[in-house]
Design a protein around this ligand. Structure first.
Ligand code: SF4
Length: 107
């Protein structure tokens, strides 16, 4: 059986983390949900309380507009982003609204 273990030097790990950071949009470092339970943003059926809690976090987030735009641009199918739930995002997209249009609505 092939050896599936890897070993990296500290330098290689730092290089990887740096490359990862550079590949993310700059606003990622300012998001309010960094220390929140990620499951809140990906509710299962009948977990409206999670959607409500995620939206409350998003309302206070300084990068809400950028997050909403990112979710639209990247066609995120599931999850609450920019204060907009999965169902809402699908509905807005069907209505032809852009992320900016949704943001302007105050959603
Ligand atoms: S808007 Fe919500 S999901 Fe997006 S970064 Fe901010 S807290 Fe996280």
């Amino acid at each position: 059986m092939p050896d599936e273990t890897f070993s990296f030097t500290e330098y290689e790990i730092l290089e990887f983390v740096q490359a990862l950071r550079e590949s993310l949009p700059g606003w990622f470092t300012r998001k309010s949900c960094t220390r929140e339970d990620g499951h809140l943003f990906f509710p299962e059926r009948n977990q409206a309380w999670k959607v409500a809690k995620a939206k409350a976090i998003c309302r206070e987030c300084p990068v809400r507009r950028q997050c909403l735009e990112y979710s639209f641009e990247n066609d995120f199918e599931f999850g609450t982003f920019g204060g907009v739930s999965t169902k809402e995002r699908q509905k807005f997209k069907q209505e032809g609204l852009s992320a900016q249009g949704v943001f302007d609505l105050g959603e």
